[in-house]
Design a protein around this ligand. Structure first.
Ligand code: ATR
Length: 284
């Protein structure tokens, strides 16, 4: 990569951020389309977030991605927002425009693309979604936009799930909330076409909660939003020989949507996919 006097910068802001696979993906994409750009990761604690985002604008950067734990805070810092960002209350992509900062949430788009690519259209789907934090909001927005038939939101803290069910249910998509312990029973998982884990449960090496995986149909897809090849959740699905999808395709497609907005170029999906896979292999 050649840095020139015209090189435009994009970045990911997070805390922590060192683990991010996005620099590998976006720098490969800049090279492939011949765009004079560079993508870097900035470790930004919450106290510096406002200055960092406005600093990117002042520096004439293309924009940035935003990751944990700043997506909600950045949604309050930008002047204009997409519908996805407004409805989810979270921004993962900022575009620096001449007239100010524009915030989007391309996680929801990435979620839908990942499932479509896996041959699982969301329209009419029966879904069990685990977790009720920030990551679940993008998934729920995508599910309601695509017209899923029903979504059961299972969370340790029931009131958070109740609140999300109220926010995202539509005439087409019914949503209800249950406690996490309900997933040990057969009745909720039995009819599911898709089980999505949006929670951070299992990431620190603790076992996943009991899931009646055996009650699901053999075609039921288990989708983990975390971009790791194996997690406690995916292991349960693997043991029961159910189809699985990890968070890599969602990461890819949310990145592709951001790239398109920053550069106006069609994202080189295959190049980005290969760069992500190579970076993930190096990380593990
Ligand atoms: P994010 O923005 O990444 O989704 P979050 O808002 O902290 O992060 O949400 C994390 C999710 O993982 C929540 O649904 C959380 O459940 P609670 O709402 O009850 O806190 C869930 N979670 C995290 N650790 C968990 C654990 N040990 N057992 C059950 N659920 C857990």
């Amino acid at each position: 990569m050649k840095i020139s006097g015209r090189t435009r910068v994009a970045a990911v802001l997070g805390d922590p951020v060192e683990h991010s696979l996005s620099p590998a993906m976006h720098n490969a994409a800049f090279r492939a389309v011949g765009f004079d750009g560079a993508y870097v990761a900035f470790h930004v604690p919450a106290a510096g977030l406002r200055a960092a985002v406005h600093g990117l604008q002042a520096l004439g950067a293309l924009g940035c991605n935003v990751t944990v734990p700043h997506k909600e805070a950045v949604a309050r810092l930008v002047g204009h927002k997409s519908e996805a960002a407004t409805r989810t209350g979270a921004v993962n992509t900022v575009v620096c425009n001449a007239d100010g900062l524009y915030g989007d949430n391309t996680d929801a788009y990435g979620f839908t693309c990942a499932l479509t690519e896996a041959g699982r259209p969301l329209r009419g789907a029966r879904v069990v979604l685990i977790g009720a934090g920030g990551a679940s909001r993008a998934a729920l927005f995508a599910l309601s936009e695509a017209g899923a038939a029903e979504v059961v939101i299972a969370n340790r803290t029931l009131r958070r799930a109740v609140s999300l069910a109220r926010t995202f249910a539509t005439a087409r998509t019914s949503m209800r909330a249950v406690g996490l312990d309900q997933l040990a029973g057969q009745s909720l998982l039995g009819p599911a076409d898709l089980v999505v884990n949006t929670s951070s449960l299992g990431l620190r090496g603790e076992p996943f909660v009991p899931l009646a995986v055996g009650a699901t149909s053999r075609h039921c897809l288990f989708f983990e939003l975390i971009p790791k090849r194996t997690t406690a959740f995916l292991q349960l699905a693997r043991d029961a020989r159910r189809p699985r999808l990890d968070g890599m395709p969602m990461l890819l497609h949310q990145g592709a949507a951001a790239f398109r907005q920053w550069t106006g170029c069609e994202p080189p999906i295959d190049v980005m996919r290969r760069a992500l896979a190579a970076a993930a292999r190096q990380r593990t």
